[in-house]
Design a protein around this ligand. Structure first.
Ligand SMILES: Nc1ncnc2c1ncn2[C@@H]1O[C@H](COP(=O)(O)OP(=O)(O)OP(=O)(O)O)[C@@H](O)[C@H]1O
Ligand SMILES: [Mg+2]
Length: 451
């Protein structure tokens, strides 16, 4: 069993290097050796090592620096510093920079053997743990969407049933609840998954631009239209067109969209020949569209056309049982992406996450985990890693404002901070600030705020 574990021994002294390697090979491990920090770093780049023994005093790159480089490349490696001169200072430095152990020459084979055994035992457990967690997650996963909430599972079942139908689907849910993921899952679960899936965000674009985005335009349709351009309806042919933030489209486009859904055909902007539509439309909104129809902001006939199949995603605070699952999933993914050795979270930290309301839902949880991982120096995320969650409110509440700011400067600051917090989402920012979108656009323009 020891054969599956690789160990690297880094020492400039040949005798030390070779005898260490020989002892370890006797125990059945795969052992490589390097005679300098430089060589060691190159080897670590190409091979995974469970353990690296690194001599402290070496010409060129010294032991501590070598170890730090190794840990940067392979955060999961256990580094052990070996030295002939034991001082408390170097021991402390070594441990602070991430060494797991610190041993003093002359090394005793028996001791080394036990030490390695102990580390490998922990690594074996970690590996098994990871595999079990993966299997557990798989059980609660549907096309990358993770949930064990009963309502979500009903949605998964519904998706399986309707994926291959051409019917229009309306996906509703607060921002960050996973509307786009659901749309993609519907596409993936269907028979036409090899056809395109095209997403259009209707909120970000001005009416005329959105119109030509959706329907395309003919050459010469307007100044600047030097070529014929195909719209998303044509680009998605045979597949799925995802209309995100549908609640934001103008009355004129609402009318045009209704026509497309009824007639299954449209004209390119400036065009005279009818183009047939062969797409499955999935629309999403983070507002309650039915309510928008009552308020007169959204056409009722279009609402019914879109709402053939309705999927309502519950917010994260109504499915808190998903928080631990999602957290584990995000830790694994983000630690890998960022090359960090974080591989778990403490009970205390989970409790802290469970107690929050997550107005930005899963996206907010994901960003929070990323932030915690970036600043975490341990393998396990402890509550301290989430200290910023409580600090943030302070800076946002305005108590920290200097007393010499004009109202305009404060307004600008509030808009910038909220925009940032809402990932640049205008609709969300406007709703947090309690103003309507056009007012927000005006202010962004007036203050020349970058989004
Ligand atoms: N159930 C889930 N399992 C795993 N990841 C999820 C889940 N739900 C959402 N996510 C992740 O959360 C983020 C937000 O998801 P998505 O973009 O689908 O939400 P949205 O509802 O479209 O948000 P918005 O309203 O802000 O556009 C994405 O990074 C997505 O990968
Ligand atoms: Mg979205």
């Amino acid at each position: 069993v020891n054969k599956q574990w690789n160990i690297l021994v880094v020492d400039d002294e040949m005798i030390m290097r070779e005898s260490m390697a020989a002892w370890l090979m006797e125990d059945g491990y795969q052992v490589d050796t390097a005679e300098s920090g430089h060589d060691a770093i190159a080897m670590v780049t190409d091979n995974p090592y469970a353990i690296c023994f690194v001599d402290l005093k070496m010409p060129g790159i010294d032991g501590i620096e070598t170890m730090m480089e190794i840990l940067k490349i392979q955060p999961d490696t256990s580094a052990i510093i070996i030295t002939a001169y034991a001082t408390v200072d170097t021991a402390i430095t070594a441990m602070k920079e991430g060494a797991q152990e610190y041993i003093v020459k002359p090394c005793n084979p028996q001791e080394i053997s036990l030490l390695v055994q102990r580390i490998i035992k922990i690594k074996t457990l970690e590996r098994e743990n990871k595999m079990l967690r993966k299997r557990l997650l798989k059980q609660y996963e549907f096309h990358d969407i993770i949930s064990k909430n009963p309502k979500m599972n009903e949605i998964f079942e519904l998706i399986k049933d309707v994926a291959s139908l051409p019917s229009t689907v309306l996906v509703q849910g607060e921002s960050g609840t996973g509307k786009e993921m659901i749309a993609r899952a519907i596409h993936q679960a269907g028979e036409k998954k090899s056809k395109p899936f095209i997403a259009v965000s209707c909120a970000a674009l001005a009416e005329s631009i959105l119109e030509s985005e959706l329907f395309g335009h003919e050459k010469g349709a307007f100044t600047g239209a030097t070529e014929r351009k195909l719209g998303k309806f044509e680009l998605a042919a045979g597949g799925t067109l995802f209309l995100d933030e549908i609640g934001d489209i103008s009355p004129k486009l609402q009318k045009e969209l209704l026509r497309v859904l009824q007639e299954r055909s449209f004209f390119r902007v400036g065009g005279t020949s009818e183009v047939k539509v062969d797409v499955r439309v999935i629309a999403a909104s983070n507002r309650d569209l039915r309510e928008e129809t009552y308020k007169g902001n959204f056409r009722e006939d279009l609402f019914y056309r879109l709402n053939v199949i309705n999927i309502n995603i519950p917010p994260l605070r109504e499915r808190r049982e998903d928080i631990p699952l999602l957290t584990t999933h995000f830790i694994e993914r983000i630690a890998l992406e960022l090359g960090r050795g974080v591989n778990g979270i403490s009970d205390g930290a989970i409790k802290l996450l469970l107690d929050r309301d997550w107005p930005g839902n899963i996206r907010e949880l994901e960003n929070t985990i990323e932030r915690a991982i970036v600043s975490c120096r341990d393998k396990i995320l402890a509550p301290e890693a989430f200290a910023f969650l409580t600090d943030v409110d302070d800076s946002r509440s305005g108590y920290g404002l200097p007393g010499n700011m004009s109202l305009e400067a404060i307004e600008r600051m509030a808009i910038e901070a909220t925009l940032k917090r809402c990932d640049g989402n205008i609709k969300e920012t406007a709703s947090v600030l309690g103003i309507d979108r056009s007012t927000l656009y005006d202010k962004i323009k007036r203050y020349d705020i970058k989004r």
